[in-house]
Design a protein around this ligand. Structure first.
Ligand code: HEC
Length: 270
Protein backbone atom coordinates (compact mmCIF):
# COMPACT_ATOMS: atom_id res chain seq x y z
CA UNK A 1 0.00 0.00 0.00
CA UNK A 2 1.18 3.51 -0.72
CA UNK A 3 1.47 5.66 2.34
CA UNK A 4 1.54 9.43 1.93
CA UNK A 5 5.01 9.43 3.51
CA UNK A 6 6.39 7.50 0.53
CA UNK A 7 6.22 10.68 -1.38
CA UNK A 8 7.99 13.34 0.68
CA UNK A 9 7.05 16.15 -1.70
CA UNK A 10 3.42 15.32 -1.40
CA UNK A 11 3.65 15.05 2.37
CA UNK A 12 5.36 18.44 2.52
CA UNK A 13 2.72 19.99 0.28
CA UNK A 14 -0.01 18.49 2.42
CA UNK A 15 1.61 19.94 5.50
CA UNK A 16 1.87 23.41 3.98
CA UNK A 17 -1.79 23.35 2.93
CA UNK A 18 -2.80 22.17 6.41
CA UNK A 19 -0.74 24.85 8.11
CA UNK A 20 -2.19 27.51 5.83
CA UNK A 21 -5.77 26.39 6.55
CA UNK A 22 -5.11 26.35 10.27
CA UNK A 23 -3.66 29.84 10.29
CA UNK A 24 -6.56 31.14 8.20
CA UNK A 25 -9.13 29.59 10.53
CA UNK A 26 -7.33 31.15 13.50
CA UNK A 27 -7.57 34.54 11.84
CA UNK A 28 -11.18 34.03 10.96
CA UNK A 29 -12.20 33.16 14.49
CA UNK A 30 -13.55 36.71 14.75
CA UNK A 31 -12.31 37.26 18.27
CA UNK A 32 -11.08 40.69 19.22
CA UNK A 33 -8.79 40.76 22.25
CA UNK A 34 -8.11 43.66 24.51
CA UNK A 35 -4.40 44.60 24.56
CA UNK A 36 -2.79 44.12 27.98
CA UNK A 37 -1.33 47.31 29.48
CA UNK A 38 1.47 45.35 31.18
CA UNK A 39 4.98 46.76 31.68
CA UNK A 40 7.48 44.18 32.80
CA UNK A 41 10.02 46.66 34.19
CA UNK A 42 7.40 48.19 36.51
CA UNK A 43 8.46 46.65 39.83
CA UNK A 44 5.50 47.89 41.83
CA UNK A 45 3.08 46.38 39.36
CA UNK A 46 4.99 43.07 39.51
CA UNK A 47 4.84 43.09 43.34
CA UNK A 48 1.09 43.65 43.29
CA UNK A 49 0.71 40.96 40.62
CA UNK A 50 2.68 38.45 42.74
CA UNK A 51 0.38 39.15 45.69
CA UNK A 52 -2.74 38.81 43.56
CA UNK A 53 -1.46 35.54 42.14
CA UNK A 54 -0.63 34.06 45.57
CA UNK A 55 -3.96 35.16 47.03
CA UNK A 56 -6.35 34.27 44.23
CA UNK A 57 -4.79 31.72 41.88
CA UNK A 58 -2.39 29.56 43.86
CA UNK A 59 -5.31 27.72 45.50
CA UNK A 60 -5.77 25.84 42.27
CA UNK A 61 -2.88 26.65 39.92
CA UNK A 62 0.81 26.02 40.52
CA UNK A 63 3.79 27.88 39.09
CA UNK A 64 6.24 25.03 39.26
CA UNK A 65 9.20 26.84 37.68
CA UNK A 66 8.95 29.76 40.07
CA UNK A 67 10.57 29.63 43.50
CA UNK A 68 9.29 31.79 46.34
CA UNK A 69 12.74 33.24 46.99
CA UNK A 70 12.82 34.68 43.46
CA UNK A 71 10.08 37.04 44.62
CA UNK A 72 12.91 38.85 46.40
CA UNK A 73 14.15 39.85 42.93
CA UNK A 74 10.97 41.90 42.76
CA UNK A 75 11.85 43.70 45.97
CA UNK A 76 9.44 41.77 48.21
CA UNK A 77 11.06 41.11 51.60
CA UNK A 78 11.67 37.61 52.97
CA UNK A 79 9.41 38.41 55.92
CA UNK A 80 6.54 39.42 53.70
CA UNK A 81 6.91 36.35 51.51
CA UNK A 82 6.71 34.21 54.66
CA UNK A 83 3.81 36.10 56.21
CA UNK A 84 1.60 36.79 53.24
CA UNK A 85 2.45 34.81 50.16
CA UNK A 86 3.39 31.29 51.21
CA UNK A 87 1.39 28.38 52.49
CA UNK A 88 2.48 27.47 56.01
CA UNK A 89 4.16 24.24 54.95
CA UNK A 90 6.25 25.73 52.13
CA UNK A 91 9.92 26.62 52.36
CA UNK A 92 11.45 29.76 50.87
CA UNK A 93 13.36 27.71 48.29
CA UNK A 94 10.40 25.62 47.20
CA UNK A 95 8.46 26.19 44.01
CA UNK A 96 4.97 27.71 44.00
CA UNK A 97 2.76 24.65 44.22
CA UNK A 98 -1.02 24.68 44.30
CA UNK A 99 -2.90 24.19 47.56
CA UNK A 100 -5.23 21.71 45.91
CA UNK A 101 -4.02 18.27 44.82
CA UNK A 102 -4.27 17.85 41.06
CA UNK A 103 -6.46 14.74 41.27
CA UNK A 104 -9.04 16.52 43.47
CA UNK A 105 -9.09 19.49 41.16
CA UNK A 106 -9.61 17.27 38.13
CA UNK A 107 -12.49 15.52 39.89
CA UNK A 108 -14.16 18.79 40.89
CA UNK A 109 -13.73 20.82 37.76
CA UNK A 110 -13.55 18.09 35.12
CA UNK A 111 -10.17 19.49 34.03
CA UNK A 112 -7.11 19.95 36.21
CA UNK A 113 -6.07 23.62 36.44
CA UNK A 114 -2.89 23.85 34.35
CA UNK A 115 0.45 25.08 35.70
CA UNK A 116 0.80 28.78 34.93
CA UNK A 117 4.61 29.24 34.89
CA UNK A 118 4.83 29.58 31.14
CA UNK A 119 1.19 30.34 30.38
CA UNK A 120 1.99 33.86 29.13
CA UNK A 121 4.40 32.40 26.59
CA UNK A 122 1.84 29.88 25.38
CA UNK A 123 -1.18 32.17 25.13
CA UNK A 124 0.30 35.66 25.05
CA UNK A 125 -0.33 38.63 27.35
CA UNK A 126 -3.32 39.97 25.46
CA UNK A 127 -5.08 36.63 25.51
CA UNK A 128 -4.52 36.31 29.28
CA UNK A 129 -5.71 39.83 29.98
CA UNK A 130 -8.79 39.36 27.83
CA UNK A 131 -9.52 35.93 29.30
CA UNK A 132 -9.49 37.27 32.84
CA UNK A 133 -11.85 40.07 31.85
CA UNK A 134 -14.17 37.83 29.85
CA UNK A 135 -16.12 35.91 32.50
CA UNK A 136 -19.88 36.26 32.36
CA UNK A 137 -22.89 34.77 34.11
CA UNK A 138 -24.29 31.68 32.43
CA UNK A 139 -26.87 29.56 34.24
CA UNK A 140 -26.36 26.68 31.81
CA UNK A 141 -22.81 25.80 32.92
CA UNK A 142 -21.91 23.76 36.04
CA UNK A 143 -20.01 26.69 37.63
CA UNK A 144 -22.62 29.30 36.69
CA UNK A 145 -19.96 31.17 34.69
CA UNK A 146 -18.78 31.15 31.11
CA UNK A 147 -16.05 32.99 29.24
CA UNK A 148 -16.14 34.89 25.97
CA UNK A 149 -12.50 34.06 25.18
CA UNK A 150 -12.59 30.43 26.36
CA UNK A 151 -16.03 28.99 25.67
CA UNK A 152 -17.36 26.63 28.39
CA UNK A 153 -14.22 26.96 30.49
CA UNK A 154 -14.37 24.90 33.67
CA UNK A 155 -12.65 27.54 35.79
CA UNK A 156 -15.13 29.41 38.01
CA UNK A 157 -14.97 33.22 38.01
CA UNK A 158 -12.94 33.42 41.23
CA UNK A 159 -12.73 37.23 41.19
CA UNK A 160 -16.43 37.95 40.70
CA UNK A 161 -16.86 39.78 43.98
CA UNK A 162 -14.33 42.35 42.80
CA UNK A 163 -15.40 42.54 39.18
CA UNK A 164 -19.15 42.34 39.68
CA UNK A 165 -21.31 40.41 37.24
CA UNK A 166 -21.18 40.65 33.46
CA UNK A 167 -23.78 39.36 31.04
CA UNK A 168 -23.56 38.29 27.43
CA UNK A 169 -25.11 40.48 24.74
CA UNK A 170 -25.81 38.84 21.39
CA UNK A 171 -26.67 40.85 18.30
CA UNK A 172 -27.50 39.23 14.98
CA UNK A 173 -26.47 40.54 11.58
CA UNK A 174 -27.44 39.54 8.09
CA UNK A 175 -24.09 40.01 6.46
CA UNK A 176 -20.48 39.51 7.39
CA UNK A 177 -19.30 43.06 6.84
CA UNK A 178 -21.87 44.49 9.23
CA UNK A 179 -20.84 41.93 11.84
CA UNK A 180 -17.18 42.84 11.39
CA UNK A 181 -17.99 46.53 11.68
CA UNK A 182 -19.87 45.81 14.91
CA UNK A 183 -16.84 44.00 16.34
CA UNK A 184 -14.63 47.01 15.59
CA UNK A 185 -17.23 49.43 16.95
CA UNK A 186 -17.43 47.45 20.19
CA UNK A 187 -13.97 48.87 21.11
CA UNK A 188 -13.18 46.04 23.48
CA UNK A 189 -13.72 42.34 23.76
CA UNK A 190 -15.99 41.09 21.00
CA UNK A 191 -16.55 37.84 19.19
CA UNK A 192 -18.19 37.40 15.79
CA UNK A 193 -19.50 33.98 14.89
CA UNK A 194 -21.16 32.66 11.77
CA UNK A 195 -24.46 30.91 12.42
CA UNK A 196 -25.28 30.07 8.79
CA UNK A 197 -24.87 31.61 5.33
CA UNK A 198 -27.09 34.57 6.12
CA UNK A 199 -26.65 35.02 9.82
CA UNK A 200 -23.83 36.24 11.98
CA UNK A 201 -23.89 36.89 15.69
CA UNK A 202 -21.67 39.36 17.54
CA UNK A 203 -21.13 38.66 21.23
CA UNK A 204 -20.06 41.34 23.68
CA UNK A 205 -20.28 41.76 27.45
CA UNK A 206 -22.12 44.25 29.59
CA UNK A 207 -21.86 45.06 33.28
CA UNK A 208 -24.91 43.82 35.15
CA UNK A 209 -24.08 44.42 38.78
CA UNK A 210 -21.25 46.26 40.48
CA UNK A 211 -18.29 44.62 42.16
CA UNK A 212 -16.27 45.87 45.10
CA UNK A 213 -13.88 47.54 42.62
CA UNK A 214 -14.85 50.10 39.97
CA UNK A 215 -14.15 48.69 36.47
CA UNK A 216 -11.03 50.83 35.92
CA UNK A 217 -9.51 49.64 39.19
CA UNK A 218 -10.41 46.03 38.44
CA UNK A 219 -8.70 46.24 35.05
CA UNK A 220 -5.56 47.58 36.71
CA UNK A 221 -5.73 44.67 39.18
CA UNK A 222 -5.87 42.21 36.25
CA UNK A 223 -3.10 44.07 34.38
CA UNK A 224 -0.78 43.61 37.40
CA UNK A 225 -1.63 39.93 37.51
CA UNK A 226 -0.93 39.49 33.79
CA UNK A 227 2.30 41.46 34.15
CA UNK A 228 3.41 39.02 36.84
CA UNK A 229 2.41 35.97 34.76
CA UNK A 230 4.35 37.40 31.84
CA UNK A 231 7.36 37.99 34.10
CA UNK A 232 7.47 34.44 35.55
CA UNK A 233 7.36 33.03 32.02
CA UNK A 234 10.85 34.49 31.54
CA UNK A 235 12.24 36.21 34.66
CA UNK A 236 15.74 36.62 33.21
CA UNK A 237 14.38 38.79 30.41
CA UNK A 238 14.35 41.76 32.78
CA UNK A 239 18.04 41.16 33.45
CA UNK A 240 18.68 40.94 29.71
CA UNK A 241 16.95 44.24 29.09
CA UNK A 242 19.08 45.91 31.77
CA UNK A 243 22.29 44.33 30.43
CA UNK A 244 21.30 45.50 26.95
CA UNK A 245 20.96 49.08 28.14
CA UNK A 246 24.39 48.83 29.85
CA UNK A 247 26.00 47.47 26.68
CA UNK A 248 24.59 50.31 24.59
CA UNK A 249 25.98 52.91 27.01
CA UNK A 250 29.37 51.13 26.94
CA UNK A 251 29.43 51.07 23.15
CA UNK A 252 28.51 54.76 23.08
CA UNK A 253 31.48 55.65 25.29
CA UNK A 254 33.77 53.40 23.24
CA UNK A 255 32.64 55.15 20.09
CA UNK A 256 33.77 58.53 21.44
CA UNK A 257 37.28 57.16 22.10
CA UNK A 258 37.46 55.35 18.76
CA UNK A 259 36.56 58.56 16.99
CA UNK A 260 39.18 60.56 18.91
CA UNK A 261 41.79 57.93 18.01
CA UNK A 262 40.80 58.03 14.34
CA UNK A 263 41.21 61.81 14.31
CA UNK A 264 44.65 61.52 15.94
CA UNK A 265 45.83 58.92 13.37
CA UNK A 266 44.65 60.82 10.32
CA UNK A 267 45.78 64.23 11.48
CA UNK A 268 49.10 64.07 9.59
CA UNK A 269 47.59 62.66 6.40
CA UNK A 270 45.03 65.44 5.86
C1 HEC B 1 -11.11 27.22 41.95
C2 HEC B 1 -9.94 26.82 41.21
C3 HEC B 1 -9.29 27.87 40.33
C4 HEC B 1 -8.80 29.10 40.72
C5 HEC B 1 -8.81 29.70 42.11
C6 HEC B 1 -8.23 29.69 39.54
N1 HEC B 1 -8.36 28.86 38.47
FE1 HEC B 1 -7.67 29.19 36.59
N2 HEC B 1 -8.41 27.39 35.98
C7 HEC B 1 -9.06 26.49 36.79
C8 HEC B 1 -9.44 25.33 35.99
C9 HEC B 1 -10.17 24.10 36.51
C10 HEC B 1 -8.97 25.58 34.67
C11 HEC B 1 -9.10 24.66 33.45
C12 HEC B 1 -10.21 25.18 32.60
C13 HEC B 1 -10.50 24.35 31.37
O1 HEC B 1 -9.56 23.83 30.73
O2 HEC B 1 -11.69 24.25 31.04
C14 HEC B 1 -8.35 26.88 34.71
C15 HEC B 1 -7.80 27.51 33.59
C16 HEC B 1 -7.10 28.71 33.62
C17 HEC B 1 -6.46 29.32 32.48
C18 HEC B 1 -6.48 28.80 31.06
C19 HEC B 1 -5.40 27.83 30.85
C20 HEC B 1 -5.31 27.37 29.41
O3 HEC B 1 -4.52 27.97 28.67
O4 HEC B 1 -6.02 26.44 29.05
C21 HEC B 1 -5.85 30.45 32.93
C22 HEC B 1 -5.02 31.44 32.12
C23 HEC B 1 -6.14 30.57 34.33
N3 HEC B 1 -6.90 29.49 34.72
C24 HEC B 1 -5.71 31.63 35.12
C25 HEC B 1 -6.07 31.79 36.45
C26 HEC B 1 -5.68 32.92 37.25
C27 HEC B 1 -4.81 34.08 36.76
C28 HEC B 1 -6.23 32.75 38.47
C29 HEC B 1 -6.16 33.70 39.64
C30 HEC B 1 -6.88 34.93 39.47
C31 HEC B 1 -6.95 31.48 38.45
N4 HEC B 1 -6.83 30.93 37.21
C32 HEC B 1 -7.64 30.94 39.54
C33 HEC B 1 -9.32 26.62 38.14
C34 HEC B 1 -9.00 27.72 38.90
Amino acid sequence: MRTPMRNPMRALLGFIVLAATLSVSAEESGLRLEPAPAHRLDMESLQRGARNFANYCLNCHSAQYMRYNRLMDLGISEQEIHDNLMFATDKLGSTMTAAMPKADAAAWFGTAPPDLSVEARIRGKDWLYSYLLAFYRDEKTPTGWNNLVFNNVSMPHVLWERSGVQRLVETEYEDEEKAEAAVIAAKGLALAERINDHKYVVKTLTQDGPGTMPPVEYKAFIADLVNYLDYIGEPVRNERINIGIGVLIYLGVLMVFAYALKRAYWKDVH
